[in-house]
Design a protein around this ligand. Structure first.
Ligand code: GAL
Length: 816
């Protein structure tokens, strides 16, 4: 017995000793997170694991690390992990543990926002629709049933990561956990129940004894020991609600999400860098980019109905995982300088001097070490600022960082990183004309004839609580008698999102809620016949709402809105007729997208512009390793699968309503998603759809299956690869200009090189009146054939020019 006890004690000592060596102790004070006894600056980036594939994760994480990140942040997506109650999915792109282990393998920290409410432009904000099966269930408030389900899932996740030793205290990468998400923004209408709920959430989180700090974002009343944190385009003015909480910025929005009805939003690199620099200037110590890689909403995961399948977000890594330059590089340069200043920023004395006219000079002093920031928040006027007898040129809306308070190491408006202009290359083997298409119709007959239904009701039922989101589609079918053939007006009030109306087996119209709206009334003159008439309404959701107080109560479908036939002054209300219901489509139920053997596909008379058609083709994977996309131009709306993997919903027929203005972007001044920096006004909101390489097989045919709901033509479909087309950069005298092509590529030719007076921007450089005669040759010799080249900008290397006093620079554009 004694030996057993002694052995047990020895084991305990060994465990705790190994912990002293391997475990990371995370705490905080009012200044910063403290990791193993040291205050630290943490720069983190969001990568949502289900929005890419496990095969992509290592590369995305590596690019984050190379870009200067210390940590990767993600939400946990409850409805992806528990699609049916107590039936879990942690496979494939939902393999959370594998994702966190990849982060650990890369030597980075991880921030896990369990929520489990996420928002995130994700279907239903991440909450499972099956929760709605329980009467009395109310989301995100002091509701016992909700709290029980939330607790069960949250505990499951904490248990899983604990079992895998992924918490910092166990030697794992997780340094912070989040409970709830931005509840403070919506809690008002919940009244006291909301306040109780947040107290409960905090106590519950603490009770899990995870050993790392918990955060709550946008929660001014976050109870201790929760750290309340800030989300937004700028967070330098944020102050946490407790002097012992450090200033943490959980969401620095690097861009914005795309919506079907809007042109593409862009947030310039200069402005993201400005916001980060302002945050660290004002005592911020931990910040996370939302998103660092946005990725793709595969399957039916968009929060809707306005969110596109692409969740590119204009992030430092693009949807496909390519570096978005100059954003990635400009932020990388900033991170390096911040790291140089780290000790002074987290331990130094802070003094801030307001010099008027929007100029602030900030000094951090630690013994003999100093670090300074000069910021100019004027949106138009550049400034020359005096610091310790030296003069610094600080452009409007910019921040200069001086790690020793003397040398300008970085200015947020002076972008040195190269710009990459991406190109889509056509895969010549699979010309649209070479693709062989076959097809089959979605069998609608039984529905439009009202011959097959699952249940009846004499009410118009709300869609989400009828389908529980097991399909986008719900059929509402009824019949009515008419004494004579005549024209009537049919009116269907719906809460969205898309409606198809069939009368006596004929499609008489369709409509969708434009501009992300939900409610609309469909009105059409129709001819009814003498006797029995069949009315079949097909309602389709396009992702469930993800945000707002009581958002789960936002209805979908023809929920109690009248369905009427109007005959002059006479109205026949069909709302309480006998309605027959059927959830989903036949092709969905039979899994046409998996292409089981017995399915018969028709290979002649390809229908085009006909709704409710399934299409199939096979194709060879484009060679190489560049990301693959499919150009869906010509199609309407539907869903696409490659080898059974969903690429998400597609909707290239949806032209955004030119919400701009486009093409006139000025980074100066507070950014908002509707500012000037959009592109693609009036074009399809999303024409290209990502096919991750891991979905493809090489050397054998791949199967593409489309369900075309609205009607379109697959004849123009093209497979393309996305690659860096050209690269360009500028530099001033005394600087170095570096250009690189992606790994494995090389610079094939110089398209533009001038050392002198250069106008215009990357992609559209123009020579001015003076330049060096030698520059082009010097640059060509230094760069062509190389993966990367660096040129020091001086007249010694590039030859003299005759520009006199005109400020001159070196500008290069090259093809990779
Ligand atoms: C925040 C939210 C995120 C995301 C973001 C917009 O309010 O916390 O999950 O939705 O807005 O992209």
């Amino acid at each position: 017995m004694e030996t057993v006890n002694r052995n047990f004690l020895l084991l305990l000592v060994l465990i705790s000793l190994s912990c002293i060596v391997q475990c990371t102790h995370v705490s905080h004070d009012g200044r910063a997170l403290i990791i193993n006894g040291e205050r630290r600056i943490i720069i983190s980036g969001s990568i949502h694991y289900p929005r890419s594939t496990p095969e992509m994760w290592p590369d995305l994480i590596r690019k984050g690390k190379e870009g200067g990140l210390d940590a990767i942040e993600t939400y946990v997506f409850w409805n992806g992990h528990e699609p049916l109650r107590r039936e879990y999915n942690f496979e494939g792109n939902y393999d959370l543990i594998r994702f966190i282990k990849e982060i650990q393998n890369a030597g980075l920290y991880s921030i896990l926002r369990i929520g489990p409410y996420a928002c995130a432009e994700w279907n239903y904000g991440g909450l499972p629709a099956w929760l709605r099966k329980y009467p009395g269930m109310q989301f995100r408030t002091n509701n016992q049933q909700f709290k029980d389900e939330m607790a069960t899932f949250t505990k499951l996740i904490v248990d899983m990561i604990t079992k895998e030793n992924l918490l910092a205290t166990q030697g794992g990468p997780i340094i912070l956990l989040q409970i709830e998400n931005e509840y403070g923004n919506v809690m008002g209408p919940y009244g006291d129940a909301g306040k109780e709920y947040i107290k409960w959430a905090a106590n519950f989180a603490v009770s899990l004894k995870a050993g790392v700090p918990w955060i709550m974002c946008q929660q001014d009343d976050a109870p201790q020991p929760m750290i309340n944190t800030c989300n937004g385009f700028y967070c330098h003015e944020f102050t946490p609600n407790n002097p012992n909480s450090p200033k943490i910025w959980t969401e620095n929005w690097t861009g914005w999400f795309k919506a079907w009805d809007k042109a593409d939003p862009h947030r310039p690199a200069e402005d993201v860098a400005y916001a980060v620099a302002r945050f660290f200037q004002r005592n911020g110590t931990t910040q996370n980019y939302y998103m660092y890689h946005g990725g793709t909403n595969f399957g039916r995961t968009t929060g809707g109905p306005y969110i596109t399948t692409s969740y590119d977000y204009d992030a430092p890594l693009d949807e496909y995982g390519n570096l978005r330059q100059p954003k990635w590089g400009h932020l990388k340069d900033l991170h390096a300088v911040l790291k140089e200043m780290e000790k002074a920023l987290v331990y130094g004395d802070y003094s801030n001097e307001d010099r008027g006219n929007g100029i602030e000079v900030t000094k951090y002093k630690l013994n003999t070490t100093t670090a300074c920031f000069i910021s100019n928040k004027d949106t138009a006027k550049d400034a020359t600022v005096d610091l310790n007898g030296s003069k610094y040129f600080v452009p409007a809306w910019s921040v200069t960082l001086l790690p020793d308070c003397k040398t300008e190491a970085y200015n947020t408006a002076k972008v040195k990183a190269q710009t990459n202009i991406m190109a889509k290359k056509v895969n010549t083997v699979e010309e649209p004309s070479a693709l062989r298409w076959s097809w089959r119709p979605e069998p609608l007959k039984k529905q439009v004839e009202d011959k097959h239904f699952s249940f009846q009701s004499n009410q118009l039922l709300e869609q989400i609580t009828t389908t529980f989101d097991e399909s986008d589609y719900l059929w509402y079918m009824t019949s009515f008698h008419q004494p004579h053939k005549k024209q009537l007006k049919l009116s269907v009030g719906t809460t969205g999102h898309v409606l198809y109306v069939f009368l006596n087996k004929r499609l008489v119209g369709k409509q969708y809620a434009p501009n992300g709206g939900f409610e609309f009334t469909f009105e059409r003159n129709v001819t009814v016949r003498h006797g029995k008439n069949n009315l079949a309404l097909l309602s389709a959701t396009v992702g469930l709402k993800n945000y707002g107080s009581f958002y789960e109560q936002m209805p979908a479908g023809i929920a109690g809105k009248p369905v009427k036939l109007i005959d002059g002054n006479n109205t026949i209300d069909l709302s309480n007729s006998t309605w027959n219901y059927k959830v989903g489509l036949v092709g969905e139920k039979k899994k046409f997208h998996l292409d089981f053997r017995p399915f018969k596909w028709i290979s002649f008379m390809l229908p085009v512009n006909r709704p409710f058609i399934w299409y199939k083709t096979t194709f060879q994977a484009p060679s190489g390793t560049d990301p693959v996309v499919i150009d869906m131009f010509g199609l309407g709306k539907g869903e696409a699968w490659v080898n059974g993997n969903s690429l998400g919903r597609y909707w290239p027929s949806y032209n955004n309503t030119a919400q701009g203005p486009c093409g006139n972007c000025d980074y100066r001044g507070k950014f908002s998603e509707d500012k000037t920096c959009r592109t693609g006004c009036g074009e399809p909101a999303q024409r290209w759809y990502h096919i991750p390489r891991s979905f493809l097989k090489s050397g054998e045919p791949n199967t593409l299956i489309l369900f075309e709901e609205e009607g379109g033509s697959p004849r123009r479909i093209q497979f393309q690869t996305v690659t860096v087309g050209s690269v360009c950069a500028t530099a001033e005298k005394g600087q170095n200009l570096t250009l690189s092509c992606p790994e494995g590529g090389s610079i094939s030719k110089i398209d533009f090189a001038s050392y002198g007076e250069v106008h215009g921007k990357c992609g559209a450089f123009q020579k001015g009146s003076c330049e060096s005669q030698d520059a082009f040759n010097v640059v060509s010799q230094a760069c062509v054939g190389k993966e990367s080249c660096s040129i020091s900008v001086s007249k010694e290397t590039l030859g003299a020019n005759n520009c006199g006093d005109i400020p001159f620079k070196l500008a290069i554009q090259a093809t990779c």
